[in-house]
Design a protein around this ligand. Structure first.
Ligand code: SER
Length: 588
């Protein structure tokens, strides 16, 4: 059965039990800053579980988009996914255990619905602790439906108590499993934990955890059920892995064709497919790649997917193409995907472009540092700041070589960097060379390139008249008598971006000021420099000189370090003072 049919049947079944269909909430919780993404169907419904009346009534059914990154290292096995869809039915103070269990059974086993073989199913119930008694009631309900005693496992809170987080609605649950072991089904989840795969979880929400020691009763007991769509498809298809289902199979095949069968690695392809699918939905729901919060997770997923392609020796741009396949799968299901199809592709391409500009160099730098023995938190931070390697990627790379990375030291460096950024954006070091953060440094070199581009387009009468650089942008003043057309600005932008893409080295030389001046090296404010000056030359392949300028620094060692932050965009050109124009440009 295709995933689209399962979604449809599920909604239909619960509609027939008087449930109102509600749409999936966006992946990013609207009013809950404590979590980055909805990790379960219940999250957007918390206020209603706590007693607020829902406009659609007390019986609801939905398919909720979820993201869980806690098990990201398991992605690539048969069942773990970062993005998944959870089928859920909800009683907000209406029905409780009896209906919930009976309807789950009916939906799973009745031939009109999923028609699964009851002999392949087992369940678990809560074994009881100081918070709630042993759930004999649920066990009895299962037995009344024909579940043999030996298929019912009583398990402790670790397995059969559900809560989305340290506080909030919670309660005991009963979970439903399908036999995935060899031969005929045996025992239950307690006796054969690996051979039974969870397909559905029915939580009997009775409590609200206020803090570590306080468990309050909810105004009315509720039911929260969650059934993984992809796992259900596996079960129904008699398959072993979610990647065999229509949610993934053709994408994996496309990846195989792209990289070639000899180079193809199933685990890499699975990671690529999972991560790209998650990225598609994150972008559809308004997330863009960044270095913080949801944007960081998104960035991490996209970059990890790109690296998996590299592992299979595939180094061409490809992520937007994979994203396109998933857009096709969801375009008729989620409006968010339909509306943002183009944006999804362009964000994926942009992020890929950015990362590919630095990935090879970063990998070389990683190897170089590793040759020196260990990899410190500072090394990991440098790889992050200069080459855009998420910490987790460096950890993974290190792990593959049997090494570890000092995470605490990374965090310290990261914090210092954040403090610096905050100071910079607070304006303390405005434009001063005191701020040598990687981004400001990148802007300094980009500004040199911009001046070189302007001189190329407008002639050598153009000189720097001032600059002001922050983490956010470069503001650059230059001598020129009239407005510069957008056409020319575009060409200047292209000039700079060509230099960025060329991964050009920045060569530093110290020379006599007199010699520098006499040889026509570009520079302004000569008087403020001492007798010896530093000249920075951005040197591309075949000794192409992109820029040569006298400066007090700081500058990157290679333009790929600029690329790690993006490409240059000239946003504004205006008059600054008589004969002086001002440009504002970003790296994005
Ligand atoms: N909240 C439970 C879960 O996520 C059931 O929906 O498993």
């Amino acid at each position: 059965m295709r995933t689209s049919e399962i979604r449809k049947k599920y909604l239909e079944f619960f509609q027939s039990k008087n449930h109102a269909v509600i749409p999936s909430a966006p992946l990013v919780p609207e009013n809950d800053p404590s979590v980055l993404f909805n990790t379960a169907g219940m999250q957007p419904l918390v206020p209603y579980l706590l007693g607020k009346p829902h406009p659609m009534g007390k019986r609801l059914v939905d398919v909720q988009k979820c993201v869980r990154t806690g098990d990201i290292d398991d992605v690539g096995d048969d069942t773990h996914l970062t993005f998944f869809e959870m089928l859920g039915n909800w009683s907000l103070g209406d029905y409780f255990k009896q209906e919930s269990i009976a309807w789950s059974w009916e939906f799973l086993t009745d031939a009109r619905w999923l028609g699964l073989d009851p002999a392949m199913i087992s369940v678990t119930v809560f074994s009881g602790d100081e918070n709630a008694p042993r759930d004999d009631e649920s066990a009895a309900l299962w037995e009344s439906l024909g579940m043999p005693k030996e298929r019912i496992a009583y398990l402790p809170a670790e397995d059969n108590w559900w809560a989305a987080g340290p506080t909030g609605p919670c309660g005991p649950d009963t979970e439903i499993f399908y036999w995935v072991g060899e031969g005929a089904p045996q025992g239950n989840k307690g006796t054969h934990p690996k051979q039974w795969m969870e397909i559905w979880n029915n939580v009997f929400m009775q409590y609200n955890r206020v803090d570590e020691t306080t468990l309050e009763k909810l105004p009315a007991p509720c039911v929260d059920t969650g059934m993984g769509l992809e796992r259900t498809a596996v079960t129904l298809g008699g398959m072993k892995s979610v990647y065999e289902t229509d949610a993934f199979a053709d994408v994996l095949e496309t990846i195989r064709v792209l990289v070639g069968t000899e180079k193809y690695n199933e685990r890499s392809a699975r990671i690529i497919a999972d991560h790209t699918r998650a990225a598609v939905h994150m972008i559809a729901d308004g997330v863009v790649p960044k270095n913080v919060d949801q944007g960081y997770i998104l960035r991490r997923l996209i970059r990890r997917a790109i690296r998996e392609f590299y592992k299979m020796n595939y180094e061409k741009p490809v992520i937007a193409e994979v994203g396109h396949l998933f857009i096709g799968k969801f375009i008729d299901i989620y409006e968010s995907v339909r509306e943002h199809a183009e944006k999804i592709k362009s964000e994926l391409s942009r992020e890929e472009e950015k990362f590919r500009a630095t990935l090879s160099k970063g990998l070389k730098e990683f190897e170089r540092r590793l040759e020196q023995g260990t990899l410190s938190g500072k090394d990991a931070f440098d790889l992050f700041a200069t080459y855009g390697f998420p910490l987790e990627m460096t950890q993974e790379l290190a792990h593959e070589r049997g090494k570890t990375v000092e995470e605490a030291l990374f965090r310290e460096e990261f914090k210092k960097h954040q403090d610096l950024s905050r100071t910079a954006s607070a304006g303390k070091f405005k434009g001063g060379l005191a701020d040598h953060s990687p981004k400001v440094t990148a802007f300094h070199t980009a500004t040199h390139l911009m001046l070189a581009g302007l001189r190329k387009e407008l002639g050598s009468a153009v000189h720097q008249a001032g600059s002001n650089i922050t983490e956010e942008r470069t503001r650059f003043d230059f001598t020129y008598p009239e407005k510069v057309s957008r056409d020319i600005l575009d060409r200047v932008e292209r000039y700079v971006n060509t230099a960025i893409d060329a991964q050009a080295d920045v060569v530093t030389e110290v020379m006599e000021k007199k010699t520098a001046k006499a040889s026509g090296i570009e520079g302004s404010f000569w008087e403020k420099y001492p007798e010896k000056v530093t000249v920075y030359t951005v040197e591309g392949p075949g000794k192409t000189i992109f820029s040569r300028e006298l400066c007090g620094g700081p500058h990157v060692k290679n333009t790929a370090e600029i690329g790690a932050f993006g490409r240059l965009k000239i946003a504004k050109e205006e008059a600054s003072s008589a004969g002086v124009r001002r440009i504002k440009a970003f790296l994005e």
